[in-house]
Design a protein around this ligand. Structure first.
Ligand code: ATP
Length: 263
């Protein structure tokens, strides 16, 4: 039997009063893929993320992780099962070193017995695990730096390290380059590219910048007024009239003219 997608939403819906912010979104995400979720301001992208990560409770519909219905679980339970959301962690210890932060997260996970390292909970094993994760996010040379002294870009890398140490299989990034300096942007994009190379992970990315989407995404899902209006390979989705109109703000005729003009 074919294994279920890592993550799937079925008719996922949330209403705020009379406003439907996410409208019956059915979408599946396969292991080893990076999907960009795009759409105009207010389309429902962040709200969709909140429904997947558990920050918001759905009015209707289902969220499944590896086939398991997790719709009624809270953020912590979803996180333990492998849903990681970048830059939302409040559990950084600013006065401890980078490595201590990662070690503590690895330790809490090992105690709860959620991964292969559950028996490797000796101090030495946990340090090894922390070193491995820090190498993966290119922070090994900052291992002894106190978190509060880290530049913004490195704090973000550390947050990714914590997601990995927590055992996330689904990594969600909501505008990862927002608020970053020109120097930091390529660093975080390289990091996402490297995370994507690990085919066990499934990455969801909300992003406005088309150049970022073009270089990273295997697939684009377009939301508009809360509903999924396009889903497919990036080139094809970007060329579709609905995207030209909904996302780029051009009428279909103008979009067609632009396409013709550019061959
Ligand atoms: N807690 C809330 N209460 C009421 N309305 C909300 C709430 N959260 C979101 N909305 C509304 O839901 C709609 C979708 O918002 P959301 O932030 O998900 O859009 P978005 O696509 O992420 O936009 P942006 O690109 O600007 O971040 C908007 O109309 C927003 O005002």
């Amino acid at each position: 039997m074919r294994e279920p997608p890592v993550l799937a939403t079925e008719d996922l819906t949330i209403r705020f009063g009379g406003h439907v912010a996410v409208d019956a979104v059915t979408c599946a995400f396969e292991r080893g893929t990076l999907t960009a979720i795009v759409g105009p301001n207010g389309a429902g992208k962040t709200t969709y993320f909140n429904l997947v990560s558990g920050q918001l409770k759905a009015s209707a519909g289902t969220v499944r992780l590896n086939g398991e219905d997790i719709t009624r679980l809270g953020v912590a339970d979803r996180c333990e099962r492998g849903i990681g959301r970048a830059f939302q962690l409040t559990n950084l210890f600013p006065s401890l070193s980078v490595r201590e932060n990662v070690r503590l997260v690895a330790q809490s996970r090992a105690r709860r017995g959620f991964d292969l390292f559950s028996r490797a909970s000796s101090h030495v094993e946990l340090i090894k695990r922390a070193e491995h994760v820090l190498a993966e996010v290119r922070l090994a040379d900052k291992r002894d730096v106190t978190v509060s002294a880290l530049p913004h870009g490195d704090q973000r890398k550390l947050e990714v390290a914590l997601m990995i140490a927590l055992g996330a299989q689904v990594l969600m990034f909501d505008e990862p380059t927002a608020g970053m300096s020109v120097d930091e942007v390529p660093v975080i994009l390289d990091l996402i590219r490297e995370l994507k190379a690990d085919k066990d992970r499934t990455i969801l990315l909300v992003e406005h910048k088309m150049d970022v989407i073009r270089t990273l995404a295997d697939r684009i899902v377009v939301l508009h007024n809360g509903a999924l209006v396009a889903d497919g390979e990036p080139g094809e989705v970007m060329r579709s009239a609905i995207v030209q109109e909904a996302y780029l703000g051009k009428a279909p005729d103008a979009a067609a003219a632009t396409e013709t003009a550019h061959g």
